[in-house]
Design a protein around this ligand. Structure first.
Ligand code: ARG
Length: 458
């Protein structure tokens, strides 16, 4: 490429800065796929004859094999995957190979390759998310019946099913799945035929290229086609929010595993020891998942910052799109399977759950509801229960054990039937609305989520 215009070769330091081959070689399959479609379209446009097209396709497939088997020699001087492959094609085919780049730009190629690559990456991430959702639901299913405190402000608030708490994360993951489906749709648009920036001058059939590469749509402005990286931002945004959910889930798990909570036991397969403290069993899987979130947020911010000042159209800054998104893909590929094992094998400790339910006046709201059902306005009931809680604190007891005569000193509305009404099981069972924590509703949600995942696997 430098033989015409330039007298001198690149400075060695410049060459290192300039090259993206170190990481964009990951897209060799997509690059060859794009080139094969291009060769076919060149024949249709009368630039290649049938034999040339066949030869180019054959050698491109051989080059793909050379790269797959590791015998291909990548060169930093050839900058990127596009030129490395093209140079090898020319080395093998001479002038015929040199015809492939007719009417095409690397700007075209890199946008096309990355879209093809991210489309697959979305599929893989979606698979990973679905597998994790299945693990969450399985654990929710086998933990049914265990009640735990739900927290607001990290203060014990109301009793819920442990399964209900787990399924909150299944909801987040279902949204993540949708987000990656949308990111896939955004990537699924063919820019090929945009040229360097102005379009193609050889009458290349862009609809043919779209169909050859299995894209659902094509871009409608060549300048946008070569400079748009919104689809990369979409992937990074989806990954960043997924990582945020996993980080919150991790935080819950880490708290649950502490001696203070002791609510959950993780398996040895996902915990590590300490080099100094023999008693330690650390929830490293969760801590690492929480820790990885930072870099994913960083990748999103980094790319947005790269994009924000770019004039149209392609600028070399855009080469900075690939490392963050590849790292995001790799990071998710690393965390999701471990998270799946951790969740699938974790055990809630029912005795500890029962202990945590004691104290904290988790039945206070149910007692106010009891009065409300008797016709006491809720605000008044709220105050009366407040008085009862104060009395309990004074007598160092709880609402279930406060003698009825103490209750009746506070209000004549309190009667013997208050005790069954504030039993924790009863208050959980009471939350019988869509999305509530009653066992019946939670089981319905388990069925619903299982159905959603099964449907997407068809
Ligand atoms: N290596 C480049 C990238 O990753 C490919 C496109 C180069 N285009 C150019 N006009 N220099 O973005």
């Amino acid at each position: 490429m430098r033989q015409g215009r330039f007298e001198k070769g690149l400075d060695e330091a410049m060459s290192r800065l300039n090259a993206s081959i170190g990481y964009d070689q990951r897209m060799y399959i997509e690059d060859i796929e794009g080139s094969i479609a291009w060769a076919k379209a060149l024949e249709k446009a009368g630039i290649l004859n049938s034999q040339e097209n066949q030869e180019i396709q054959k050698v491109l497939k051989e080059i793909e094999e050379e790269i797959r088997s590791g015998e291909f020699q990548f060169s930093i001087e050839l900058e990127d995957i596009h030129m490395n492959i093209e140079a090898r094609l020319i080395e093998r085919l001479g002038p015929t190979g040199a015809k492939l780049h007719t009417g095409r730009s690397r700007n075209d190629q890199v946008a096309t390759d990355l879209r093809l690559y991210l489309r697959k990456a979305c599929d893989a991430t979606i698979d990973g998310i679905e597998t994790l959702i299945e693990a969450v639901v399985k654990t929710a299913e086998r933990s049914l019946g265990v009640m735990v405190p739900a927290y607001t402000h990290l203060q014990r608030a109301q009793p819920v099913l442990f399964s209900h708490h787990l399924l909150a994360y299944a909801e987040m993951l279902l949204r993540d799945r949708r987000r990656f489906e949308r990111a896939r749709e955004e990537a699924d648009v063919c820019p090929l035929g945009s040229g360097a920036c102005a379009g193609n001058q050889f009458g290349m059939d862009r609809e043919f290229l779209r169909d050859e590469l299995g894209f659902s749509d094509l871009t409608h402005n060549s300048m946008d086609g070569v400079s748009d990286r919104d689809f990369v931002v979409d992937y990074l945004h989806a990954s960043c929010l997924l990582a945020t959910h996993l980080s919150r889930f991790s935080e819950d798990i880490i708290l649950w595993c502490s001696s203070e909570f002791g609510l959950v036991k993780l398996q040895d397969t996902v915990t590590t020891g300490s080099s100094m403290l023999p008693q330690k069993r650390n929830p490293d899987a969760a801590e690492l998942a929480r820790g990885k979130c930072g870099r994913l947020v960083g990748h999103l911010m980094g790319l947005l910052t790269t994009l924000k000042g770019l004039p149209l159209t392609y600028n070399k800054d855009l080469q900075e799109d690939k490392e963050p998104v590849f790292d995001a893909i790799d990071t998710l590929e690393l965390i999701l399977p471990v998270f799946k094992v951790m969740v699938e094998t974790m055990e809630v400790v029912p005795d500890r759950a029962a202990e945590l339910l004691q104290g904290g006046f988790l039945d206070a709201t149910a007692l106010a509801d009891y009065l409300t059902r008797k016709g006491v306005p809720f605000r008044e009931a709220h105050d009366l229960v407040g008085l009862a809680v104060r009395k309990c604190e004074e007598l160092q007891t709880d609402l279930a054990n406060l003698p009825l005569e103490e209750y009746q000193k506070i209000s004549g509305e309190f009667a013997e039937d208050l005790f069954p009404a504030i039993a924790l099981e009863a208050t959980v069972k009471d939350k019988d609305v869509i999305g509530g924590t009653s066992p019946k509703r939670v089981e319905e949600e388990i069925k619903r989520i299982n159905g959603l995942i099964a449907a997407s696997k068809k």
